[in-house]
Design a binder for this molecule. Sequence first.
Ligand code: KG4
Length: 330
Amino acid sequence: MGKDIFGIGLESSCDETAVSIVKNGKDILSNIIFSQIDLHRIYYGVVPEIASRSHLETMNLLIEKALKEAGIGFADLDYSAATNRPGLVGSLLMGLQSAKVISYTLKIPLIGINHLEAHLYAPFLEGREFFYPFIGLLISGGNTILYNVRGIGDMEIIGKTADDAVGEAFDKVAKFLDIGYPGGPAVENLSKKAVKKNVKLPRILQETEDYRFSYSGIKTAVINYVKENPDIDKAEVVFSFQERALEILSRHVFAAARERSIKNIIVAGGVACNGRLRELLMNNKEEEESVIIPSPVLCTDNAAMVAGLGYQYFMKNRHDNLDVDVKARL
Ligand code: KG4
């Protein structure tokens, strides 16, 4: 057995400040997440200036806590990894600068991580050996992207949203109906209370042969429906919205895997917490592909996925220089 490798991961691309210590790219020794949801709730969305200030206030405390919980010290770290793209620039800088200080002081490699690639690494922190290729579906508040993942850093985009991200549509529908923030869990919970299921909303891109997604039309359809039917039970509306929003994900993901004869599918990002989506993907007996969805705590933003993916880059000697920058977009 070789020496154990300890990595620290830092995540601050949006509204979660997170720090994690991971051993050998697979064992999570600590996974500390500070969610800023309460700071942004009254605005019904993430306010960039508030987000970066909060990362600044909490990052150091979380680093100390993560090391303590993992039972190791700074001197034990072999590499330092931070999300440096994509995300809110001011927020990304807080994590990346902290990772640079750790790397510079300890003279250990620095690794800038693609947040989207990290999300798809989450299953490998739950007992699975790292493998590829796989079809990756990344669904969150900012992204709806279908990938053919061929290797580390080798991700071909095969489909994406033409307008809103799926999580964004959940959030906007919830805001319009005033049922809570963040919208995803609010929609999911309310839809379980639907007694009647008669609201008819249009299917999303039913005839398309490519892997495009589109969510602004369905959001507008919900708004128009409620304006025309002001007495309608909100639960009935969100039930129908959720069915429509999720069915296109399931359709595209299986079709993309089948067309490429790829047997494994990984679904990650905040929307992957949705129980109805898990049911649609996991109980689909007609499909041969195996679908892997991480536990909810590893679906939403966290730093274990950053430290874990960082290990793969570390082992391949793919490091960054200290002048590596953040990028709002890929
Ligand atoms: O990956 P994530 O934590 O953060 C980023 O977007 O970066 O995802 C958050 C998104 C939000 O849009 C939220 O409403 C959605 O994931 N979400 C859900 C559920 N839980 C979170 N959407 C549908 N159903 C859920 N249960």
